[in-house]
Each structure stands twice: as structure tokens, then as C-alpha cells.
Design a binder for this molecule. Structure first.
Ligand code: C5P
Length: 226
């Protein structure tokens, strides 16, 4: 089933709850990232779950396998719907993350971030000393993600069909309505285009959170992506 996830890039829970009020009786899937999680901690997640929201906890874990395993044991207790790690941590790290979720009996789906969209071929080669192109690295990291038996990857809508071929779900940011500005996103797609390209989940931030009518924008995203 396709789902629209709202990126909750807010500084604290008060701003988040002010925003959620504007959605009325809608109970969307929420992406809670490092900013809100570090500010508010696990209690925010428990509170949102008790209120009936689905949660993608976007903390992008990346450390040695044993440390990620221990951290994921803690996150597993929160039993969020989706969480994630960096594929750059390697196959063993991803396997340990998955193992921790299985051991806590969490129903959490585990996704991997491949190559950050803030990187390009030049930075990959010159700074990080990874040879080849970003596209090649994305594919290699996706194959590693599959080898570690994770559920999916965070990627561009334009990579969704490749992920499907590999057997991974795709969760895609970089979504804008046709009438919006792209802001700092490089390659954007509308919700309808993301659906055609094969995305399973779209992450929509400012196109909903900064809309004049966030509820109408959310409902439009859901309709267009259905
Ligand atoms: O406001 P906007 O729709 O651009 O928000 C997109 C969200 O997705 C932000 O929380 C951003 O950090 C996240 N994201 C992204 N591109 C990635 C990975 C995550 O835009 N490659």
C-alpha cells in the first residue's frame, strides 16, 4: 500500500503539535528526524503513537555493528513503523540492526539510506575517495541492503524502479506539487509522478508544512499518490 509521510522538520513538540492541529482529524504518517528526536526524546514518539500516528523515525544510524545493534534494541522497544540506517555502515552493520529489531519483536520496517543527495560524483571521488559515479554507488549500496535482508531504501523517485527490480521498497523525498518551488531539492517529482515511477512511500515536507492550507495539501498528496 502506498503511503504519504509528512516530514516534521520542527524545532520542538509545541511547533509540531501546532502544525498537527491544522490537520484536524487526519492522522498522517509522520517522519520524525534528528532535530525533533534529540530535542524531545522517546516520550514524543510514545505520545504520538498513543495519539494514533504512524511513525518513520529517521535517525540514520551509522556506527560499528555492535553499537548499532545495541542502539536498535532500544529503538525496537518504541515499535515505530519505519526506521533507518546508513548503508555505508556495511552489510554486517545492517544485519545487526535488523537482528535487534527481530529480537525485540518490533514490527518496524528497516530502510537504508544509500548515498546522501548532498553528495555528487566529484565529492564522492575527491573527498570520500569512492571511485565510480553516485549512480553506481547507489546501486551497489542497494544490493548490499538487499543482501542484509532490509525492507527498503530511501532514494530518489527516479531510482524507485531500480529498487523494485532489486526487491526493495522505496521511500522517496524530493516531492513537490507542480505549483511549488523546488527549494533546495535538486531532482523533484510530483506525488502523481512518484506514483508512476513506482515509489512505495513519499516523504513530503515543506509542500505540506508550509502550505497556506496544510490539511488540503495533505489530502491532495494522498489523492494524487493513491
Ligand atoms: O521539505 P522537503 O519536502 O524538501 O523535506 C524532505 C525531507 O526529506 C527532509 O526531512 C529531508 O531531510 C529529507 N530527505 C531529503 N533527501 C534525502 C533524504 C532525506 O530531502 N535524500
Amino acid at each position: 500500500m502506498r503511503e504519504v509521510i509528512i516530514a516534521c522538520d520542527f524545532k520542538n513538540k509545541e511547533t509540531l503539535y501546532d502544525f498537527l492541529e491544522k490537520l484536524g482529524d487526519e492522522k498522517p504518517y509522520l517522519k520524525i528526524g534528528m532535530q525533533l528526536y534529540y530535542a524531545e526524546g522517546a516520550n514524543l514518539i510514545k505520545d504520538l503513537k498513543a495519539k494514533g500516528f504512524k511513525i518513520f523515525l529517521d535517525l540514520k544510524l551509522h556506527d560499528i555493528p555492535n553499537t548499532v545493534y545495541s542502539a536498535m534494541k532500544v529503538l525496537g522497544e518504541l515499535d515505530v513503523d519505519i526506521t533507518n540506517v546508513h548503508a555505508a555502515g556495511g552489510i554486517e552493520m545492517m544485519k545487526k540492526a535488523k537482528e535487534a529489531l527481530v529480537e525485540t519483536n518490533a514490527s518496524t520496517k528497516l530502510f537504508a539510506v544509500t548515498i546522501l543527495t548532498s553528495l555528487n560524483d566529484q565529492k564522492l571521488n575527491d573527498e570520500l575517495k569512492i571511485t565510480g559515479t553516485v549512480d553506481e554507488a547507489v546501486k551497489a549500496y542497494a544490493l548490499n541492503t538487499k543482501a542484509a535482508n532490509l525492507d527498503g531504501v530511501v532514494c530518489s523517485p527516479y531510482e524507485a524502479s531500480m529498487m523494485k527490480e532489486i526487491g526493495l521498497l522505496s521511500l522517496t523525498p524530493g516531492i513537490r506539487f507542480a505549483s511549488d518551488s523546488a527549494d533546495d531539492q535538486q531532482r523533484v517529482a510530483t506525488p502523481a509522478k512518484a506514483k508512476d515511477l513506482g515509489s512505495d512511500y513519499i516523504v513530503v515536507g515543506r509542500s505540506i508544512t508550509k502550505a497556506d492550507d496544510p490539511k488540503a495539501a495533505y489530502i491532495k498528496a494522498k489523492e494524487d499518490f493513491k
